[in-house]
Design a binder for this molecule. Structure first.
Ligand code: SF4
Ligand code: SF4
Length: 449
């Protein structure tokens, strides 16, 4: 799925869909070419190339929409080299909605560019067949569960056999976290009662990959919510949020998934929809924009999005149960791009961490600078992702924490991979895991008493 051909010839010459007659064209006009976003753009900082900056990419996308350039390999390369981290949106004084512009450009590219049969099959399998279908996704993870559960991974690593794998596969193998057992997944029942008085009825988005690889974070989220008076509904018919599809130009699939999720959570009749993954949260909050051209769903999508809260945001809005046990640790917080830039959620996770007795929160330089994970960017663009990870690990080394906390599973994996090569052991956790740990310590003290 990488697009790195150096050729500059147009590969397709037919007129673009996103031309001057579409309402989306106006979004280009917000850019006043001031360049204030350039110092915040990780790919511009690394490459120093104008066409790998937000301003340069907007110029390219507008030139394509105007029909001044064709769908060249160079155009595709610059658009896909973007992390879609949206740091440029934070920096922009003119309110440019860059994420929406680049995501629509990718949808246009995928509609028009010729794909090999292999690419078509792989994209269809990942974006349409696996991510939206939890049963199939579980089956796809089964070989990895067996690989770990039967001890094969331990033997392969001890014998140094991973050296025989191609570099790309070796990198992916090294990033594989310890997968939760099936029994842990089954602990998430469709309705979890509030502990004590019920104050809220919330829906929990369990996610697709999140539910396979990070069930422990979902369990921690459910524990913290029920402890704080929430009846937690986890609708079985919910599906993947569509974020990976939108970032990869598979917009039609994402729209279908959005409609299904909106209907499912409407039926669940919840006050709030809680999400603990930054990338998915940003997408759920933008269902209104995703379905803006669908008159049947436009208003329902906007109403759904208005109910979505990141877990840290929700906990900051309610009177929190502060009977928290001690965690004596230096904690550095990494801002996931789609939480800080996509959702403007920065202070809430820090405030929650400060409430835990014993935690010393240390600031990380460039804490809102992308770690290179960016959805599947670390798979499609490993070289640039590696450069950004090295930069992040350098800052972590300087801050010298015991724990790095961050609110996105992709960042957790990426940073775990980076700090795993360091001499000093550093845990990488979701803030809600630390809250859950602090509550459980208090409970243990309570039981002893
Ligand atoms: S989304 Fe990130 S990588 Fe892309 S142009 Fe904006 S700042 Fe640069
Ligand atoms: S995206 Fe915003 S900050 Fe960047 S050049 Fe355009 S107007 Fe300026």
């Amino acid at each position: 799925m990488s697009h790195t051909s150096p050729h500059a010839e147009p590969v397709v010459s037919n007129a673009p869909d996103a031309n001057r007659t579409t309402p989306h064209y106006d979004r280009f006009l917000d850019c006043i070419h001031c360049g204030l976003c350039l110092p915040s753009c990780p790919t511009y900082a690394e490459l120093g190339v104008e066409m790998d900056s937000p301003r340069g990419r907007i110029y390219l996308m507008r030139a394509y929409a105007d029909g001044r350039i064709g769908l060249t390999d160079n155009f595709v390369r610059h658009i896909y080299q973007c992390l879609d981290c949206r740091a440029c949106e934070t920096a922009c004084p003119s309110g440019v909605h860059y994420g929406s512009i680049v995501e629509r450009a990718r949808a246009e590219i995928e509609k028009k560019r010729p794909q090999t049969l292999g690419e078509r099959i792989l994209r269809n399998l990942v974006f349409q067949k696996l991510l939206p279908a939890s049963g199939r996704l579980s089956l796809a993870f089964l070989p990895l569960r067996l690989y770990q559960g039967l001890g094969v991974q331990r033997l392969v690593r001890a014998a140094g056999l991973t050296r025989l794998l191609p570099q790309r596969l070796r990198d992916m193998e090294s990033m594989l976290p310890r997968l939760p057992s099936r029994s842990l997944k089954n602990r998430l029942k469709p309705v979890l009662p509030a502990k004590g008085e019920k104050k809220y009825r919330v829906g929990l988005v369990s996610g697709c990959v999140m539910n396979e690889m990070f069930t422990h974070i979902n369990v921690a989220t459910a524990n913290v919510l029920t402890r704080n008076g929430c009846e937690v509904v986890i609708p079985e018919k919910q599906t993947c949020c569509g974020a990976l599809q939108v970032h990869s130009g598979e917009r039609a699939t994402a729209e279908e998934l959005a409609r299904k999720n909106i209907e499912t959570f409407e039926q669940a009749a919840v006050d709030t929809v809680i999400i603990n993954a930054a990338g998915c949260g940003a997408q759920l909050k933008e269902y209104g924009e995703l379905l803006e051209d669908d008159p049947q769903f436009r208003d329902r999508a906007a109403a759904f999005s208005a109910k979505v809260r990141d877990i840290s945001e929700f906990l900051a809005e309610i009177p929190l149960d502060e009977t928290l046990g001690r965690i004596d640790a230096r904690v550095a917080y990494h801002d996931a791009c789609h939480l800080a830039h996509g959702q403007k959620v920065r202070s809430q996770p820090r405030a929650l961490l400060r409430k835990i007795p014993g935690i010393q929160l240390v600031e990380l330089e460039e804490s809102d600078w992308c770690c290179g994970s960016a959805g599947i960017y670390n798979v499609t663009h490993p070289e640039m992702a590696g450069r950004l990870l090295d930069r992040k690990v350098g800052h972590i080394r300087k801050a010298d924490p015991d724990i790095v906390a961050t609110g996105n599973p992709g960042c957790i994996l990426q940073i775990q991979n980076g700090v795993g090569k360091e001499r000093r052991a550093v845990e990488v956790l979701h803030p809600v895991e630390l809250l859950d740990r602090a509550y459980s310590r208090k409970d243990e003290v309570g039981r002893i008493k």
